[in-house]
Design a protein around this ligand. Structure first.
Ligand code: ZN
Length: 234
């Protein structure tokens, strides 16, 4: 897609610029992380008082907070974060409400089939499961999140979507033996957005224009992203 055609299609979708939704989590010390992942450290190393400047050292895993999984995360020779084109990271999509399934269960072909008429070829599909409602909750077990089953991934590929987002720390069941869902989607060149925030619950059933901007980290398997959805006039 060249820049010219991109501008034209943005114009055609009639974005309601007064309604932008930030679907990203705040990155801070002590935030929830996928069990076993590095804990982020946000550390002030210089201050206005002492050095005349505020400066911070950031240490974090590549899959901290709201983030992108690049194909190379699980696929040999797959694209890295810096190689995912803007034409994939931005575009029209839809927010699906899968929160009728209990948190912690798997989403199958049948679960997605109900939404068949809402999903268009080339969409960015954002899946709200309600798992994000528990983000930051005292005592919550972060191994418990809704995930996509193999057949659910096949449904998304059958629909020819270009990116898939979910409000869970992973698309894959916790404790998996083989990362089948990651391999299916990333192996087909479909990057993933994981750990979207519960704000997406306000958008269910709507078509949106998604702007997803991860850090441009060279050769890296994923990275934190600011993800914004704009409601599209129906
Ligand atoms: Zn990830």
């Amino acid at each position: 897609m060249d820049l010219g055609s991109f501008i034209v299609s943005f114009d055609e979708v009639k974005v309601d610029v007064s309604r932008f939704f930030d679907l990203s989590h705040v990155i801070e010390n002590g935030m929830p992380v996928y069990p076993g992942d590095p804990e982020p450290s946000v550390e002030r190393v210089a201050s206005l008082d002492e050095e005349g400047v505020n400066l911070t050292r950031l240490v974090m895993g590549s899959h901290v907070g709201t983030h992108i999984d690049a194909p190379i995360h699980f696929v040999e020779g797959g694209s890295s974060l810096d190689e995912i084109p803007l034409s994939t990271l931005m575009g029209e999509g839809v927010v699906l409400d899968l929160s009728y399934r209990e948190v912690g269960t798997g989403l199958s072909w049948e679960d997605f089939e109900k939404f068949s008429s809402l999903v268009k070829e080339g969409d960015i599909v954002l899946i709200y499961t309600g798992t994000s409602d528990h983000w930051g909750e005292e005592g919550w077990d972060y191994r418990r999140f809704t995930y996509i089953e193999d057949s659910g991934a096949m449904w998304l590929l059958e629909k020819d979507v270009k990116m898939v987002g979910i409000d869970c720390m992973s698309v894959e069941k916790f404790g998996f033996s083989e990362p089948v869902v990651h391999r299916l989607l990333l192996g087909s060149g479909v990057p993933l957005i994981e750990s979207l925030s519960k704000v997406m619950g306000e958008l269910v059933g709507n078509r949106v224009f998604v702007i997803c901007l991860p850090l441009k980290l060279k050769g890296v398997d994923g990275g934190p992203a600011r993800v914004i959805a704009c409601l599209i006039e129906q």
